[in-house]
Design a binder for this molecule. Structure first.
Ligand code: IPD
Ligand code: CA
Ligand code: CA
Length: 267
């Protein structure tokens, strides 16, 4: 594998270390599900434990870099040129319910551009990683997006809306609208990071979601781009910092899918 930046090495090491405690915690979930207290508080602490290990590793390597992390928020606010963007567990609802579909996601950003990133599924031991200009990999194998040519034949995945979302109805009508144009039923796997990673390696042909947070997609952005895919923050300025809409797909179906999503909202 030809990924060799110091940052990618730091991220992979942090993922490996944090995943040991994450796997142990996931093993506890089954017991907690049958207990009267339930797994809720435990998952919150598993999230924080994982995040703490990751942040410790990253700060050890670069105490001067900034950090945006889902649970801890913004650390080292003054350094916005070099930042780690962390989601310690992406797919918390899956984790909480004992479903093995979640990942650690860490991106590295320089001057507002993601330069490298890792999405690590500790249960399947699948590490998706990429570095600007050097390609995207799944473990040691180079990955590429699919070459599916017709939207109609594409396998798509989406996520949301959250319980608190104010745009639930339009999200559902968008879903119906897109599902009428594709033969395969649309997937919903519950981890945005893995959804994008699966588009990057050609398992899915496209992923879209509204109201996504930056930490859900930071690593996915570079992995998808380096795998030859196309990313679009439709209806949002690329500079909008934390909440975004996202469409990630192979570049062949991109335009058709984008038109479908945007047109529906104009009608
Ligand atoms: C969530 C997952 C989910 C997506 C949500 C995210 P979390 O992240 O990525 O797939 O639909 O919008 O918030 O809460 O599990 O880290
Ligand atoms: Ca997330
Ligand atoms: Ca999370």
């Amino acid at each position: 594998m030809r990924l060799n930046s110091p940052q990618i090495n730091i991220i992979t090491k942090a993922c490996r270390r944090a995943s040991r405690s994450l796997i142990r915690d996931f093993g506890e979930i089954e017991n907690l599900q049958v207990s009267s207290k339930g797994p809720g508080d435990f998952v919150t602490s598993a999230d924080k434990r994982t995040e703490k290990i990751i942040i410790e590793e990253l700060l050890k390597a670069h105490p001067e870099y900034g950090i945006i992390s889902e649970e801890a928020g913004v650390i080292n606010k003054s350094n916005i040129n070099n930042r780690w963007i962390i989601d310690p567990i992406d797919g918390t609802t899956n984790f909480l319910n004992g479903v093995p579909q979640f990942a650690i996601s860490i991106g590295y950003e320089e001057d507002n551009e993601i330069k490298c990133g890792v999405i690590y599924d500790p249960i399947k031991d699948e590490m998706f990683l990429a570095e600007k200009g050097n390609g995207a990999y799944l473990n040691n194998s180079r990955i590429r997006v699919s070459n599916k040519k017709r939207l109609k034949d594409s396998l798509l995945v989406t996520g949301g809306p959250k319980h608190s979302s104010k745009i639930k109805e339009s999200v559902f009508s968008e879903f119906i609208n897109v599902s009428n144009k594709v033969l395969f039923p649309i997937r919903k796997f519950g981890s945005a990071a893995l959804d994008i990673a699966y588009v990057a390696c050609g398992r899915f042909d496209g992923y879209w979601q509204r109201e996504i947070n930056y930490w859900d997609i930071a690593a996915g952005i570079i992995i998808l781009k380096e795998a030859g895919g196309y990313i679009d923050f439709f209806e949002h300025d690329n500079q909008v910092p934390l909440k975004k809409n996202i469409l990630a797909s192979n570049s062949i179906i991109h335009e058709e899918l984008r038109d479908l999503i945007i047109k529906k909202n104009i009608e």
